[in-house]
Design a protein around this ligand. Structure first.
Ligand code: NAP
Length: 246
């Protein structure tokens, strides 16, 4: 029986676990423990950090892991870096499962920026007074100095302080519909949307809604995937990689 570790916290991680759990593999999904009530994947689940790349390498050896699939969120760069280091140290094969980013289409008014700090700087030169921030519960500190704008921030769990001085919190979890997103943008009289290029269908509706309303979208670009690690865009690709003899 092969032991597969899925570094999860994403829809893709859960889908992969559901596909593998009924097979002859032993499947362990690892979650960071950031969300109070996570949707638990099928198979075994462990929660919490490993203690850096060394801790993860120890875990791979102790638990006799045969393969690791890094199915973490495209912006979870720390754990992806750790996984690459731990895989190199132990020789355990590693695959990155990373969904493609959002696709820009005609009518989109996107302003790509390299970081949350750059997104905040973009807001300063009068993009509008009412901002919809969908960057998750971490990272609002980058916007904490912004006065003169009203921020509507949406996340699954309450965001970490510090928060912008004028900030309204909306606790909600996708998937969201275009109709619902349009209604939200209108109701809160949003001038500009700030989001990360997370990709995936569960949260793409806000971009369609923003396009329909001709709103600018400040979109934070993804950090790069660690070098020399194979990458697939979807769960079938990961299943195919796991089937290969090595
Ligand atoms: P990060 O900055 O890349 O990781 C920080 C530390 O958290 C890691 O060094 C590791 O601690 C621990 N960690 C992260 N993911 C882990 C996992 N799956 N299992 C065990 N430990 C993990 O991560 P993040 O951006 O805070 O994201 C945390 C988790 O939330 C990820 O698993 C990700 O898939 C999910 N998520 C993130 C975002 C986002 O926008 N960043 C959005 C949705 C979901 P140790 O060094 O102690 O091992």
């Amino acid at each position: 029986m092969r032991h597969v570790l899925i570094l999860g916290g994403t829809t893709e991680g859960r889908t992969l676990a559901a596909e593998l759990a009924p097979t002859a593999h032993r499947v362990t999904s690892s979650l960071a423990g950031r969300v109070a009530q996570p949707r638990l994947p099928a198979g075994e689940v462990r929660i919490g950090g490993f203690g850096g790349p060394e801790g993860l390498a120890d875990w791979l050896r102790d638990e006799r892991v045969d393969a690791v699939v890094d199915a973490t969120h495209p912006f979870a760069a720390g754990i992806s870096r750790n996984a690459a280091l731990a895989a190199a140290a132990t020789g355990v094969p590693l695959l990155v499962l990373r969904r493609p980013g959002f696709t820009r289409v005609d009518g989109d008014r996107w302003i790509p920026v390299p970081s949350l700090a750059a997104a905040a700087a973009e807001l300063l030169p009068r993009r509008g007074e009412r901002v919809f921030l969908t960057i998750g519960r971490q990272g609002l500190a980058a916007f904490a100095h912004l006065d003169g704008v009203h921020v509507l921030a949406r996340s699954v769990d309450p965001p970490e302080p510090p928060l912008p001085p004028s900030c309204e919190i909306l606790l909600d979890r996708g998937p969201f519909t275009v109709q619902g997103e349009e209604a939200l943008l209108r109701e809160h009289r949003i001038d500009v949307l700030v989001t990360k290029d997370s990709g995936g269908s569960a949260t793409a509706a806000k971009l369609t809604a923003a396009r329909g309303l001709r709103l600018p979208v400040i979109i934070v670009e993804r950090p790069p995937v660690p070098q020399d690690v194979p990458v697939v865009p979807d769960v079938p690709g990961a299943l195919h990689w796991l089937e290969q003899p090595r």
